[in-house]
Design a protein around this ligand. Structure first.
Ligand code: SER
Length: 357
């Protein structure tokens, strides 16, 4: 994402209120790409931005950082070494193995998604103690934490609240749900600091994201990937066989809205937040509705359906949509892109420019 297309969120923060370093894990991933640019746009030159990824960051991403590390989040010693070098006051923990990839190697997903999160939560807690002030911890969670047992119940449930249907069927969903709880523990109970020294704790804030569609990148290893894959394939003139049924329905959101939601949650005054974990919602099309929208802009696109049992089962277990009234009430969340605007104003113009089509 370029700065030109990034809608700069309203900020309650100034460089004067927090000059500590911002640590971003998974900086080489899909959300990392957009988030690093947004953080650099706002903070470069005022605060250290430290990018971390299991692979070396590409030059364009590293340019947004003041330091970058190739390091596995599940390697506690490597995380400790980074912690010693920087005065971290904010952690944006994006690194994760997504749902489809996690089912191929559940033990690796557990290691990266849970142990990696444990290492970074500990880093945040230690840093808060050292600094004598709370360290913010921004954590993208997911609709994969939900698990609806049958299609009939999925349809009956409609928009689920944060507290319904929490029986995930994927290792990824189980891992993300576990980290939400670990975040609650560190924020409220760790060493009983929360009772008398609330300012020295981890200020854990999390958003359960729907499938995310970006014009700049395509996800890997997720189960909502059919949305972005349909569009990017059509724009490149490639045939696409969708791995879920036409009637499969889950919520989606554009990448700019996703990044903006995280930044707005980070900015919100703590006392306004009634929860640690929030749903956000934008639009919830079926696969068939996405295909029809793609055809509006790319009429010659060749799209077919070849559902796979495993991925269909995962999508069927996720809710049709999420109730985000808590986010709207507590920190004024509102998506910029509904389904039509997402395609007409953001995805299609940028994708046409990108692929020259
Ligand atoms: N995009 C994720 C996945 O498909 C869901 O949050 O795994």
């Amino acid at each position: 994402m370029t700065n030109a297309t990034m809608t700069e969120p309203k900020s309650n923060r100034t460089a004067a209120t927090d000059t500590g370093a911002i640590l971003v894990s998974g900086a080489g991933g899909e959300m990392g790409h957009a988030l690093l640019a947004a953080l650099a746009h706002r903070f470069k030159g005022q605060r250290e931005i430290i990018g971390m990824d299991v692979r070396e960051l590409s030059q364009d991403r590293a340019a947004h950082t003041s330091a970058s590390y190739a390091c596995d989040v599940s390697d506690a010693a490597a995380i400790d070494a980074i912690a010693l070098k920087h005065d971290v006051s904010e952690v944006w923990h994006l690194a994760a193995l997504l749902s489809t990839r996690g089912e191929k190697n559940p033990e690796l997903a557990l290691k990266v998604n849970v142990m990696g999160s444990a290492n970074l939560l500990k880093l945040a807690a230690d840093s808060a103690t050292r600094r004598g002030s709370a360290v913010k911890f921004l954590f993208p969670s997911t609709i994969a934490v939900y698990g609806v047992p049958t299609l009939a119940l999925k349809r009956a449930a409609g928009r689920v609240t944060e507290d319904q249907c929490l029986e995930p069927i994927t290792m990824y969903g189980v891992n993300k749900r576990a980290v939400e709880e670990m975040g609650r523990y560190y924020a409220r109970h760790y060493r009983l600091l929360a009772a008398d020294r609330a300012e020295c704790t981890v200020d854990f804030r999390s958003i359960r994201f729907p499938g995310i569609i970006s014009a700049d990148t395509v996800p890997t290893g997720g189960t909502s990937d059919y949305g972005p894959e349909m569009l990017h394939s059509a724009a490149q003139g490639k045939a696409y066989a969708c791995f879920v049924r036409p009637d499969a329905r889950i919520p989606f959101m554009t990448m700019p809205d996703a990044v903006r939601s995280l930044m707005e949650l980070a900015d919100a005054p703590r006392e306004k937040l009634s929860r640690l974990v929030y749903n956000v919602s934008a639009f919830a099309p079926s696969a068939e509705e996405i295909a029809a929208k793609v055809r509006e802009f790319f009429p010659t696109a060749t799209m077919s359906y070849a559902p796979t049992i495993e991925r269909q089962r995962i999508v069927d277990s996720w809710p049709e949509d999420c109730d985000d009234s808590a986010a709207r009430r507590d920190w004024n969340w509102k998506p910029q892109h509904d389904f039509n605007r997402a395609f007409a104003e953001y995805l299609v113009p940028k994708i046409r420019a990108r692929y020259g089509c």
